[in-house]
Design a protein around this ligand. Structure first.
Ligand SMILES: Cc1cc2nc3c(=O)[nH]c(=O)nc-3n(C[C@H](O)[C@H](O)[C@H](O)COP(=O)(O)OP(=O)(O)OC[C@H]3O[C@@H](n4cnc5c(N)ncnc54)[C@H](O)[C@@H]3O)c2cc1C
Length: 682
């Protein structure tokens, strides 16, 4: 409540009136109503919608069809090994940059596809949705499962935030020719579709498989179409087809579907030919005939994978263009076979690879519908979004609009740094090469930090492209600070997070922009680093000289915790003003969360770096000593319209330290040797 006569708010406030309603009345601002008048004419959609409204995949497809905006989707299969799972997740993240509409993960009844291992279809699909941030569809077959088991798997998928299921019958187990329905299970994909709708209503978007040349078990092509219509009538939302080789095959199938009354979207499944062996294998599995003209090209090249791949890129690109020209495909579904090169090349040739990644918010969002509306996060995890998602996965609600002042945000514990989705994508060997096979002194560590921020090679001639606190190369905006960061890392200010100040940059700015077009973005200069006790003592002494700076300094145990922040109140450090909406402030510095983050940040020294070396080795000791004795600091310069003073703070800190460390005798010597003293003596 604000008392009458105060000047805290820019309008008169009387006792008993809440601040927010008054402000809203004054501005006559009603979210939505105000915008509608504006939006219709300008062709804008509600600017807050992109974070606050959940759209099903069915809606997204419909939207892209209506706007005639071609899209693509990508199929992957679960890898066999844990290492493969780490690599697949990295691949998914790279593909995310190209903005696929969704990706899907296949289901292999021979393994344990619904289990909790790193390589199960369920885990990979969950990781894709939550950690790679991709709209994800999980395949599920009826093979070897009872109705109850299928329900359990669907419940697990729901829990993980997966909203899309590709409902399949599946094939008979290997060694058996004929399909036999499992006891107390389902006979056809149609039964599975009905079951999903009955048990889960509209929670899941359901896709089913279509066969442009008819399913091999079907009595006829026509009969298969009848069964396809039954699947759609049972509640399927769209169809993905089996692979095929000519545009005519799909065009005929598309037209026959429409004649049969199948009106839902149909996505052509395209498999770029990548090698002779994989083509033979897939064709055998799916019982397809390869056209003679393709055999004629591929056969003589069978030992030349690169030539076959190039041909595959050309063949698939031509095929897709023909489908787009015939106006029968709203988008394309790629059977990637877990490889990147061909699909990427085709997407680029078709102009479907998003050239400018869109950043709705300055941090990477998850695709889990439960996080819809989440638009604020503490800045500390900005380079470790997966750890943040992991630690907040059980939250019922996510902050929307404001972080709020929470006494104790219930962050989940992070004990297992080796969960595959949190694990570095680099092997131990590569990390050792980047972070030093042996360390001889703290200076060596400073050098690694310096190499990371400059993008230059370390002492051993290797580029340092990641750090325990940043699993990716430096962000574009951090590279704006490169020169200064390099200077101070060399001197033992070991920076792990930073952002430059920004005062009203265009939201489409390629480096610092985010959010919808036509807006302006702002941020306060931020610096977070580890440093030694001597620097911290100096810093504590000089910080009062910089009243525009907010700071927090903690040691590993939290027994020392200095701050001039409000102890429980967060502060926005990034915000944006966009047409027709309230201010959006997606990044905050929150003193309470900082105390949670510091445990993770200190532990990363030893968990990710120290453990690379044998226990008790000098290198291991150097890292654990740093983690034990250094402090973690965050600094915010509130005066964002002016040049950041954070570098002055650091200079003042070094100057203070020098003053303290210089003995009286040295000071006297300096004085005696000064020009003035020499002149006096003469
Ligand atoms: C896009 C796509 C993804 C796939 N992903 C996987 C995967 O992840 N894992 C996997 O193991 N396999 C996968 N497959 C292969 C699929 O499981 C096989 O093709 C399987 O043989 C058929 O599955 P379905 O869902 O099409 O079956 P269904 O639609 O049930 O059809 C199977 C056969 O039964 C016939 N039929 C359907 N209903 C009736 C009825 N009422 N009466 C008589 N006959 C009927 C159909 O005409 C067809 O011949 C995929 C296939 C495609 C096209």
């Amino acid at each position: 409540m604000v008392k009458e006569g105060t000047t805290v708010l820019p309008y008169p406030v009387t006792e008993g009136q809440e601040a927010l309603p008054i402000l809203k009345n004054m501005l006559n601002f009603k979210r939505g109503a105000n915008f509608d008048d504006l939006g219709e004419e300008n062709g804008l959609t509600d600017p807050a919608e992109w974070v606050s409204t959940f759209h099903t995949l069915k809606e997204k497809i419909q939207h892209r069809i209506e706007s005639n905006d071609k899209f693509f989707s990508l199929e992957f299969f679960p890898p066999r090994t844990k290492g493969g799972a780490v690599n697949l997740l990295a691949r998914l993240e790279r593909f995310r940059e190209a903005d696929p509409l969704f990706c899907d993960i296949t289901w292999h009844p021979a393994g344990n596809p619904g289990g909790d291992t790193e390589t199960s279809s369920m885990t990979i699909a969950g990781a894709s949705c939550n950690y790679a941030g991709l709209e994800t569809m999980l395949h599920m077959t009826c093979c070897s499962m009872t109705k109850a088991e299928i329900t359990r798997h669907l419940q697990r998928a729901k829990q993980l935030g997966i909203r899309n299921i590709l409902a399949l019958r599946g094939d008979p187990p290997s060694g058996k020719d004929d399909w036999v329905p499992p006891e107390d299970g389902f006979n056809y994909a149609t039964d599975l579709v009905k079951h999903i709708r009955k048990e889960f209503g509209n929670h899941f978007v359901i896709c089913v498989a279509g066969y442009p040349t008819g399913h091999p078990d079907a009595l006829s092509y026509e009969e298969d179409l009848i069964h396809l219509k039954e699947k759609v009538d049972a509640g399927a939302d769209f169809i993905i087809t089996q692979l095929f080789f000519t545009a005519e095959t799909f065009i005929k199938f598309y037209e026959d579907c429409r004649k049969a009354g199948i009106t839902c979207p149909i996505l052509p499944g395209i498999m770029p030919i990548q090698s002779y062996d994989s083509l033979r294998h897939i064709v055998k599995l799916s019982k397809l005939d390869v056209p003679q003209d393709i055999i004629d090209v591929v056969s003589p090249l069978k030992d030349n994978d690169e030539a076959i791949r190039n041909y595959g890129i050309h063949q698939a690109t031509t095929l897709i263009k023909a489908l787009f020209d015939a106006d029968v495909a709203p988008g394309i579904h790629f059977y990637t076979l877990n490889r990147e090169v061909s699909t990427t090349a085709i997407l680029k040739q078709l102009g479907l690879w998003a050239s400018k990644p869109h950043r709705p918010l300055p941090w990477k969002m998850a695709a889990n519908h439960k996080r819809t509306g989440e638009d604020v996060r503490p800045i500390f995890w900005s380079s470790r979004p997966k750890a943040y998602v992991y630690r907040t996965q059980h939250w019922d609600e996510f902050p929307n609009g404001r972080w709020g002042s929470s006494e104790s945000p219930a962050f989940g514990e992070l004990k297992d740094y080796y969960l595959f989705y949190l694990k570095s994508t680099s092997t131990k060997d590569i990390l050792l090469k980047m972070w030093g096979e042996t360390l001889e002194s703290e200076q060596d560590v400073f050098g690694i930090f310096e190499a990371y921020v400059t993008g230059e090679e370390n002492k051993g001639g290797i580029k340092v492209t990641k750090m325990p606190w940043n699993d990716e190369e430096l962000s574009l905006e951090t590279s704006l600070l490169k020169t200064k960061l390099s200077l101070y890392n060399k001197r033992g200010i070991l920076t792990i997070n930073s952002q430059p100040n920004v005062n009203g940059a265009n939201s489409e700015d390629p480096v610092v922009g985010w959010g919808m077009p036509g807006g302006y973005v702002y941020q306060k200069a931020y610096l977070e680093f580890f440093s030694c006790k001597e620097n911290i003592e100096a810093l504590k002494n000089i910080l009062p000289l910089f009243p525009r700076v907010n700071y927090q300094i903690v040691n590993k145990r939290g027994s020392e915790n200095y701050t001039n922040h409000h102890r429980h109140r967060p502060m926005a450090v990034t915000w944006g003003a966009f047409p027709g909406t309230e201010i959006i402030q997606p990044t905050v510095v929150d003193p309470v969360s900082f105390n949670v983050w510091k445990d993770e940040a200190f532990a990363l020294w030893t968990e990710q770096w120290g453990k690379l070396y044998p226990e008790g080795s000098p290198s291991c000791d150097i890292i654990s000593n740093l983690s034990e004795t250094y402090y973690l600091v965050n600094l915010v310069d509130n005066n964002y319209p002016e040049d950041s003073c954070l570098w002055d703070v650091l200079e003042a800190m070094f100057a203070w330290r020098k003053l303290q460390e210089t003995s009286q005798e040295e000071v006297l010597n300096d004085v005696l040797q000064s020009k003035e003293a020499q002149e006096l003596c003469n």
